[in-house]
Structures are given as C-alpha cells and as structure tokens.
Design a protein around this ligand. Structure first.
Ligand SMILES: *Cc1c(COP(=O)(O)O)cnc(C)c1O
Length: 431
C-alpha cells in the first residue's frame, strides 16, 4: 500500500491505523475524516530529531497549521514541543483556545489587519513574519502604542525562477508574498527596520513552494538567501540570528510519487548550508522549517458512502459519493492526484474505471478522474487516501452541506476531535 498505516483485514475491508474503515464509517457516519494521531506524532519527531541533529541549537520545526487546523492538533503539537505558524485571527484564536503557548507561535500572512496585529501583540505572539512595508509600519506603530518591541522575521522572495522549478512559485520575484531581494527592496527594508523602535529584527524567512520531493530547491533557496545575508552584513552590518527556509516537502498521493526520507533530505539541506556559511564566513544561523503537508497529509483518510454508479454507455462511468468539493476541493482547484479505493471490497481486484464525483451542483465537483477500483455498489464505502492536509482546513458549506467530523485514531481508541456540522449549525448565523 501507498502508506504503511493502510492495509486490508480478513473481512476484505480496508484498514487505517489498524482499524476497520467500514466499521468506523458505520460508527460515525460518512463523509468522515480520519486522522492517525500516532503518525502525526511520529512525523513531528522525525523533523524535530533531524533538525536537532543537523542544525545549530535553537533550530526548530514550526507546524504550518493552515494544513489542518483544530484545537486538538495544537494540543498534539504543544505536547510534541515544536512551534506553529498561524496566518489569521482564527488560527491564533484556535491555538490559544487549545492552550498552545503563544510565545511559540509565528504570525504569518500577506495581509495582516490592524485588528489582527493588535490581537497578536496583546496575546504575546512570539514572532511576526513581516510580509511588506505597510504591515511593518502598522506593526511598529501598534507596538510603540503598547510600549513593546516585537521580535520579527522579514519575509523575502529569493527570486527562484518558477520555470526551472515547476510548481514551486511562491518564491519568485513576482510572488504576492514577501519583499523581493533582486529589486533591492529587501535590503532597503532592512535598513528601515533597524531604525524602528517597535520591532526587533531576528532574521529572514523564505518559502519557495509545496509538494517538493528533493532537497535541491531548498539548496538553491539557501544559496540565494546566504548571498542576501552576506550583502546585508556587508552593506548594513547586520548579522541574522535566524534563517527560516519555509515549508514544502512533499508527500505520496499516488504510487508514482516517490517515497521521501525527510531526515535524509534535512541532512542534505544542512550540508548545503554548512558549505555556504563556510564560503561566506557567515556564522551558521539557527534554522527554522515550516512543514505543513508532510506532518499531516498521509495521517489522514476520508471515507464516503457510494450513492449512484452511473455507466454512460460508450462513454464514461461515474461513482457518486456523499461528499466532494465541499470536504476536498483540491481536485477542483488544481487537479490534485489522489488514491481512491473501495474500502468495502479492498481485497478484490480492481475491475472498473470511473470518475469519482461529488454531490454539488458543479460539473467540476470531482475527487478524481479515471480511477481503477473494484466496481462499487450503492452503500459501499469509498476511501480517499492522504487527505490529512488541505482538506478539512479548506472545506466549505457550498450547497449547504455540513462539514464532516474529524475522528482521531490513537494507539488505544478512536475519538471525535471535531464533531459533524448539523443542519442547525448551518442556519445558526442566519438572522
Ligand atoms: C503553506 C506554507 C507552509 C507549509 O507548506 P507545506 O507545503 O504544507 O509544507 C509553510 N510556510 C508558509 C509560509 C506557507 O505559506
């Protein structure tokens, strides 16, 4: 199987984290998000250990909580002792409600409102990752009003050409995120920051993109960042304490995706950085990394119940499910790959090719096209694998469909981390 927490039991049912998925679907109803808590913890520990082994003391992973956000995940991350990234009042508030230590929180986002900035200052958010000069001015003003000096990192765009690295486009000079290095604007902003009394610059941040399987784009980013750090030191005399390399390591959605050894990839990044620091005679900064997807994606699975199976003679087949773009918009957004299995007949040889379609009134509401699976019957349970990242956190109520619950599986039990949205929930804001 694509992931080692997925298997098939004696009943021929698909299992996830050792549990019978058909039994879980019966117990909790569908659509249903499952999350394997042990796997999330194991992934966090791999990052934490590798970063402790290969980077200077004080280096740490930050969980990019936009990938999967609810109170329970912040509790798990807090217990594992790493930091988090939050990008909105909602994420900050959820972390706080879960008792997450605010000083271990990085406040990100390309357009923080004055209200969000004030809230984060009020509640002692550890560091801001400043995206642009307007935000810098607003933060400096609000911090001075409060009589505090807020630690910040500055987000810069290293100018990685998206044409050479397909799918990696958040680091290009034309990105909506951060301040460009190659135009000289990042250097000018550093000059300005150092004159401000409401903010204290601790270093720099970059994020080059997502679903990256090799370490070389991080090596390229490190090269561009070190050249920038060296320039800042030469021009202004400022030496960075922290370098944040962002998130982006990939996960396996389908068999053809490579298996990725995160520890080894992190070691390679460390080797590249060590060389660069030697070359520039730059003291090795503390390194921050921001995994989102690679901590939670394959710890997640979604279960659906099959409704109609439609065979359009001479054309194509559809398998209709009781969810779709409302709980997983990623195929609709960018034709994301997924592995789909008939969980009720997981031991039977695939004999049917179909498009898995959601229930919304949109032709684009598809989970996957041309899937090979054992032909399902109405009532069968369908499993979509690797849905732990950017599914629940991207879910909507289109067509007034309630969002599914999130059920966590730990070593001993299954438990509800987020309950199912009811029709009463759906009308609660209507006045
Ligand atoms: C989305 C994002 C991440 C996480 O990316 P993954 O691909 O999920 O690891 C990290 N940092 C920033 C700034 C992001 O925008």
């Amino acid at each position: 199987m694509i992931s080692d927490n997925v298997s098939i039991n004696a009943a021929g049912h698909l299992t996830f984290a050792g549990r019978d998925t058909v039994a879980l679907a019966q117990k909790y109803g569908t659509p249903l998000y499952l999350m394997d808590e042990e796997m999330i913890r194991a992934r966090i520990r791999v990052y934490k250990q590798a970063m402790a082994d290969f980077f200077p003391a004080g280096s740490t992973p930050e969980y990019a909580s936009k990938a999967f956000c609810c109170k329970r995940i912040y509790e798990i991350v807090a217990e594992e002792g790493i930091h988090v990234d939050a990008v909105s009042l909602g994420e900050l508030f959820t972390a706080q409600k879960a008792g997450f230590p605010m000083e271990k929180c990085f406040f990100h986002g390309s357009n923080k409102t004055d209200g969000e900035i004030a809230y984060a200052l009020e509640h002692g958010v550890g560091r801001f990752v400043v995206d642009n000069e307007d935000e810098l001015d607003a933060l400096n003003r609000l911090a001075l009003e409060k009589g505090v000096c807020q630690p910040i990192l500055l987000r810069v765009t290293p100018g990685i050409d998206p044409h050479t690295h397909k799918k990696i486009s958040t680091g290009s000079v034309e990105s909506k995120f951060g301040i460009a290095i190659q135009t000289g604007q990042a250097l000018a902003t550093v000059r300005k920051i150092l004159t401000l009394k409401g903010v204290a610059l601790q270093g720099f941040h970059c994020h080059i993109g997502s679903q990256i399987f090799v370490s070389s784009p991080f090596g390229t980013a490190a090269e561009l960042m070190l050249a920038f750090l060296d320039e800042v030191r030469a021009e202004i005399g400022y030496t960075a304490e922290y370098l944040n390399l962002g998130g982006g390591f990939g996960v396996r959605y389908v068999e053809s995706d490579p298996v990725i050894d995160y520890r080894e990839r992190i070691r390679e990044v460390s080797v590249a950085l060590t060389d660069l620091c030697r070359q520039y005679r730059y003291p090795m900064p503390k390194i921050l990394m921001e995994p989102g997807r690679s901590l939670v994606a394959d710890a997640g699975m979604t279960l659906y119940t099959v409704g109609g199976v439609k065979e359009i003679i001479g054309h194509q087949n559809y398998v209709s499910i009781d969810g779709g773009m409302t709980d997983n918009p990623r195929y609709t957004l960018y034709e994301a790959d997924y592995t789909v299995l008939n969980a009720s007949r997981a031991d039977q040889t695939p004999d049917f090719t179909a498009t898995v379609a959601g229930r919304c009134c949109e032709s684009g509401d598809l989970i996957q096209e041309n899937v090979r699976l054992k032909k399902p019957q109405r009532g069968d349970i369908l499993a979509v694998l690797t849905t732990g990242a950017y599914n629940y956190s991207m879910a909507s109520n289109y067509n007034r469909v309630g969002r599914p619950p999130v059920v966590m599986l730990d070593a001993e039990k299954d438990y509800v981390a987020v309950r199912r949205e009811t029709v009463e929930d759906l009308v609660q804001y209507d006045v």
